[in-house]
Write a protein that binds this ligand. Structure first.
Ligand code: ADP
Ligand code: MP5
Ligand code: MG
Length: 523
């Protein structure tokens, strides 16, 4: 059997397909694409579902050709239903004749007939690389592809594979003859024998190697061995590690990586995902899935709902003032919340990053336990690292649309605006609220133009977003601000009025009372 071309070359037919796309223009971008030819796992920890998650997490598009449907959960595989080979062939044709697939990755190939239609499709539609994960038995011990596939694997599939990624049991089955693989030395020897069967690269995975404190995979390129070590993670959530590793290799190859780099990245990806997910609980069985996006634990319902009324009493911290009054940011935030602050912003222009991050983490905890949102001024990196609820930026900070792309759709983004144009732009760029000022002269901010109550009114009228007034506002003038009576003016933001004071708690309480009274008057 001839090689499919492999990752060394870019087959002529592939170039032709791309060139003949009638809709392609200069401005349209080709994206890296993988197709996984594998089984469906109803529990979504392994198989097709894992493959799509991995590729998405790695920024690669993933099409799916389903070979079998399994009824499966964290206890094991309850039932398997094979798809007819003709229908697998139809799916392959649909995908390969249309999408610009870079890499084919195979998982569960449950019958020789299905392997045969795959090989036929691949010779008709060559791709840049073929990654074969020779799935045979699930972690729970259920046979997913029996010994009937061994001969076609050995004789026809392995010789055209760019890489094969058997676990120790699969490597032994492919080699046959009662081979046992229980040590790294035996893994090396198995990798070499498997390489002789024709694949360009072999990765023997050691996730199931007995008595090993490290999780060791052995990579062989025909000349040299590489041992990839990582500490073994103690967790029940290892269902789908093999599928994930192979799909990640496919995704990296699709992006243009060479084989060894792809394998190293994939190993690190599995490692990070397992580490992150080691204590999550999904299902009641022994083989839990893990979290490919490293996001599940962070989901906090509060984060996704910004309520404009939270802008009512907006407390903005200032490091100089806290220093002057000899209090920590954490104490300042606690007191402000206790006094009635409805949202907090950490504005620590001079702080050292490491120290600021620690303080921000503590403040996130306090705010979350009180149901108050916490935003970080300007520092998107700190906001991401401490999982704050959002960021407030000024006109010369990072543009709002870029902040949005970094923080994602759930986080709150506020932007300072002095003019109608800026207010329009904030709306277009995806901000959640506008901070408008300085309403009154202030010495918190040097060289800051005062826009006055008239300027504030103009911004409110022009803005489709809720507005919070800022700049020189305190107990004595808060009422005059609220009296401009614009429906989208939701509250006031204060710095000195709370934090340049002996007792933050008392001042917060007083200001909250003043705001409540002025609101009542307007109703
Ligand atoms: N407990 C673990 N800690 C760290 N890495 C692991 C663990 N279990 C598996 N791996 C890694 O996950 C990948 C898949 O390996 P393995 O579990 O052997 O494959 P399969 O899922 O096909 O049986 C390998 O890179 C392996 O080293
Ligand atoms: C559909 C399908 N494909 C592959 C696997 C292997 O995954 P694991 O070895 O983690 O059980 C599986 N369990 N189900
Ligand atoms: Mg495993």
């Amino acid at each position: 059997m001839q090689s499919l071309g492999g990752i060394r070359s870019w087959p002529a037919t592939y170039r032709a397909t791309t060139a003949s796309m009638t809709t392609t223009t200069e401005s349209m971008r080709k994206v890296a694409q993988v197709v996984t030819v594998a089984g469906s796992d109803s529990g979504a920890g392994a198989g097709i579902q894992a493959d799509i998650k991995v590729c998405s997490a790695r920024g690669v598009y993933c099409a799916s050709v389903i070979t079998a449907v399994t009824a499966q959960n964290t206890h094991g595989v309850q039932s398997v239903h094979l798809l007819p080979p003709e229908f697998v062939s139809e799916q392959l044709k649909s995908v390969l004749s249309d999408l610009q697939i870079d890499v084919v990755k195979t998982g569960m190939l449950p019958s020789p007939e299905i392997v045969d239609v795959l090989l036929q499709s691949l010779s008709e539609y060559p791709v840049r690389a073929l990654v074969v994960d020779p799935v045979m038995v699930s972690t729970s011990g259920h046979v997913l592809a029996g010994s009937s596939i061994l001969s076609i694997f050995r004789e026809r599939l392995l010789p055209v594979a760019d890489i094969i990624t058997p676990n120790v049991k699969e490597a032994a089955a492919l080699l046959g003859g009662g081979v046992r693989i229980q040590t790294v030395a035996q893994m090396r020897s198995a990798a070499k024998s498997l390489h002789d069967m024709g694949p360009r690269f072999v990765l023997v995975k050691g996730g199931d190697l007995p008595d090993s404190s490290d999780s060791v995979d052995v990579y062989f390129d025909g000349k040299e061995f590489h041992e990839l070590h990582s500490p073994r993670i103690t967790t029940r959530n290892t269902h789908g590690t093999g599928c994930t590793l192979a799909s990640c290799i496919a995704a990296e190859l699709a992006k243009g990586s060479n084989m060894l780099s792809a394998v190293k990245v994939a190993k690190r990806f599995v490692d990070s995902a397992l580490n992150y997910s080691k204590d999550i609980v999904i299902g009641s069985g022994m083989q839990g899935p893990f979290d490919h996006f490293l996001r599940l634990k962070k989901k906090d319902l509060r984060q996704s709902t910004f309520n404009p009324d939270d802008l009512f009493l907006y407390a903005v911290t200032d490091s100089r003032m806290n220093k002057k009054w000899n209090r920590s940011i954490v104490d300042a935030v606690k007191a402000a919340i206790e006094g009635g602050a409805t949202i907090i912003q950490l504005r620590e222009k001079e702080a050292e990053t490491r120290e600021f991050l620690e303080e921000a983490k503590s403040c996130v905890e306090i705010c979350r336990s009180n149901g108050v949102c916490l935003l970080i001024n300007d520092r998107v990196d700190i906001a991401l690292a401490c999982d704050a609820d959002g960021v407030h930026v000024g006109q010369s900070d990072m543009p709002v649309d870029l902040v949005r792309s970094l923080l994602g759709p759930d986080k709150i983004i506020g932007v300072s605006c002095k003019t109608e144009e800026q207010a329009h732009q904030a709306w277009k760029d995806g901000a959640d609220y506008i901070g408008s000022g300085g309403v009154f002269p202030t010495n918190t901010k040097a060289n800051n133009r005062t826009i006055g109550l008239d300027g504030l009114k103009e911004v409110c009228k022009a803005s489709k977003l809720p507005v919070v007034a800022i700049g020189g506002i305190g107990i004595s003038n808060a009422e005059s601000v609220m009296r401009i009576d614009e429906p989208n003016l939701k509250g006031v933001a204060v710095v000195s009025a709370l934090f340049d004071q002996q007792c933050v708690l008392t001042q917060a309480k007083k200001l909250h009372k003043t705001l409540r009274e002025s609101k009542r008057e307007q109703q």
